[in-house]
Design a protein around this ligand. Sequence first.
Ligand SMILES: Cc1cc2nc3c(=O)[nH]c(=O)nc-3n(C[C@H](O)[C@H](O)[C@H](O)COP(=O)(O)O)c2cc1C
Ligand code: SF4
Length: 254
Amino acid sequence: MARLQQAIDEAQEAGYVGKNILGSGFDLEIHAVFGAGAYICGEETALLESLEGRKGYPRLKPPFRRTPAGLFKQPTAVNNVETLANMPVIVNIARRVQPHRAGPEERRTRLYAVSGHVKKPGVYEAPMGISFKALLDEYCGGMRDGATLKGIIPGGASSAVMTAAEADWASDFDTLKAKKTMAGSGAVVYLDQSVNMAHALANLMKFFAHESCGQCTPCREGTAWLSRLLDKIVAVKARSKTWTTSTRSRGRWR
Ligand SMILES: Cc1cc2nc3c(=O)[nH]c(=O)nc-3n(C[C@H](O)[C@H](O)[C@H](O)COP(=O)(O)O)c2cc1C
Ligand code: SF4
């Protein structure tokens, strides 16, 4: 936050932000606001609630985020910082590059926030659709010494985990959607052979249960149930049961 505010102050001093930017007659103010600190406050309408000083409960939709009645009932557009940062680049490229001269992959890049058991974790700008193997080898220096790739979380904690054999998949939105997972936020995690997948899943579920804002019953109760169940599996205290039509009608496990 301090760094962001410093950058805003520097931009203001240089005349890039504020009134009459670079003598153009165009005004733009930027205010950095501390959020409530909850995961759900990243969701666009919960963010607006939080900015208005209320609990970060997502609003009913529609209306969606590009709405005439958004923040304080004023016209509002909500966008990710990466989207906003890309806008000048897109405008400049559109001006300079003749679209027929560059293939779609050459024109599009994406920020991949890579963590896990790699040599060089970090945020990398790489061609959109780069394979997970190429992202690992060419940008992150490969897996740590002695580590073997076991699984990949391709787009944030709620995306379906990929196996090592699927590392040659392209990382673009359409491919991953067709493969029944998702490109999501671009937060990629490479996991090595030391990871107990049940433990990793239990850990993620604990996060989601903790971060449920509690507004909807299935999420508030269900994530907590799943978390407790996964803790039992990790502690080898779970028992295998079969869910049948008759048990469903009786509403209990057999
Ligand atoms: C639970 C949840 C958490 C989210 N957290 C973030 C977030 O931290 N940052 C973000 O930019 N978008 C987040 N989103 C997505 C936003 O609702 C919104 O779609 C996005 O910011 C729109 O920006 P874009 O069109 O520029 O990508 C979240 C969505 C959900 C459902
Ligand atoms: S309870 Fe869960 S699903 Fe419902 S709004 Fe909150 S975080 Fe989203």
